[in-house]
Design a protein around this ligand. Sequence first.
Ligand code: C5P
Length: 403
Amino acid sequence: MKLLNNKKILLGICGGIAAYKVLSLIRLLKKDGAEVRVIMTPSAVEFIGKLTAATLADSPVYSELADPDSGQWTNHVELGLWADLFLVAPATASTLSKMASGMSDNLLLTTYLSARCPVFVAPAMDLDMWAHPATQKNLQILRQQNVSVLEPNEGELASGLSGKGRMQEPEEIFSALSGFYSQKQILKGKNVLITLGPTQEALDPVRFISNHSTGKMGAEIARSFLEMGAGVTIVAGPVDKNLLPSEARILHVKSAIDMLDACELNFSQSDVIVLAAAVADYRPAQVSEQKIKKSGEHLSIELVKNPDIAATLGAKKRKDQFVLGFALETENELENAHAKRIRKNLDAIVLNSLNDSGAGFALDTNKITLISADGIAHPFETKSKKDVAHDITRFVVQQIQNL
Ligand code: C5P
């Protein structure tokens, strides 16, 4: 199957010795039916010139912000919007650093800042440059900006040294891009409903009870499901809106009761339901219409139990639906999470323990154990929330294939 057929691939070539290898990647992409446009940094032009790449791509090679003869401006915004996928290969330490800091002193970089599509980089450099903390920090920043890094291989390097820094072979890069598009098909036609963030339980017009949940974990899970081609509806408690993927349908709610209403409205058409919100267990029994006045030394507030969204949905789940919950535990973690899964009739539960460093609210990392309906616990290492999200969504895909 030609997974790249009709895909618009924008290839950014930097000035590294591996640039010559990218010419055979252009052939592979074209053979698979992709439309290819090429941007070169000024030093890439010195390495390999434009003619061969332009001939193989069957399209002019762009390298200048403006043509020095005609004065014509190259529209980097248009190039960035044209692309379905932007691949920078070879990506030099210099270009990675500029991408990470938002510098835009050549056409490749201005296009990167304008591109709205998925971005891949295939770094190539000497082993010490690769291992340098500055390069690793830049890569970390880029990963946080959702750039996929095709890690270099170990092997012989242009410097004569041997180690990690060799750009992936064209065939490997090609299969990574094909893999990206094949993954996009996995959940095509499936609907996923995700709750995330905290809830706010009003006391009066200006005060509420809430918690420190940021919604980061749920937002990464939503992104990962979108990458797999699913339609995603997010029911979000009050969180930073910039955190949420714009391709999802987003319903904003405040209280647990509003969150339950939004979930119930969307439940029957959902194939997968992920309950990642930190729902307040209790709410004030009375919401004062006016701001509560300061009076005596003590103030008691009566709280009443909120509905349990996970248990409510779990109770009416159909056989063809998959409901995944979360359990944040501080003691007897496995036992408690397992019991919670059964009590709420969930198909699986994600356990995070507050005893693990690197797990919890507001952090960029998490450490989880997935517990499936057969009672088996699958522990994972501490990872970025993005990588944890991929582990969770891959697990869900495996599980729903068995439904
Ligand atoms: O019982 P506990 O709050 O530990 O359960 C956590 C799981 O249940 C999470 O998946 C959370 O989103 C969900 N939950 C819910 N409604 C509540 C409380 C928790 O959906 N009222």
